[in-house]
Design a binder for this molecule. Sequence first.
Ligand code: GLP
Length: 245
Amino acid sequence: MVMLRNITVQVADDYAAMSQRAAAIFAAEVKAAPAGVFGFATGSTPEGMYVELAKLRARGADFSQITTFNLDEYYPIRPEDAQSYAYYMKQRVFDPLGMVKTNLPDGTAADPAAECLAYEQKLADAGDMAMQILGIGTNGHIGFNEPDEVFSCHAAHVPLAQSTIDANARLFDDAALVPRHALTVGIHSIMMAKKILLLVSGAGKADILAAALGGPITPRVPASILQLHPCVTVVADTAAAAKLR
Ligand code: GLP
């Protein structure tokens, strides 16, 4: 275990070990706050952790009373679309873990700006978030807060960076179908979580993880703002942690 100021980095041997470690950390937080508010992320990285959480549920862990908020959703997209984050969450998280008090930005909203405002308000009204699960994009994005001139404070309807569109193309049958926009919570909501659990896997994330944790705090690397959060746990596999000093 490496301590970087307020950031604890746990290095796991491989993806399976990272997933198990992260699931244990998350499950302990839910045990401590069984009806708490928790923030969820999508992407490939946390998939293994969600499988591990389902195993913990089979052994008696109860996730059914928590309230969940996802970071983001493509826009526009329908929840029944297999590429939507709503679909991902239903299949991989909400149904397997028995969660019913769930929230995602609505990818079908007629007015995306109004939807962002309403989602951020709902999140604020829900009270303290016990823990926010995060992944990181290869360009340093968290949620869909892409590299920019300034940190994007509030929830917003945003254009996706070309590198994000390219990275997401693997999940779509046709690259032309990859959404160009998304609805995302802002950096403010992420930073308001009492604890952050950042999962990082693979050699392809080693440079950006090192930049995020050890480089300058800059909106060019949105995840670098986490250096200012009081309580971050990073669970990285050996490949992703390779460039941390
Ligand atoms: C996606 C999501 C993020 C995710 C990141 C990394 O586009 N919006 O929430 O953390 O990019 O994804 P992956 O884990 O698949 O590398």
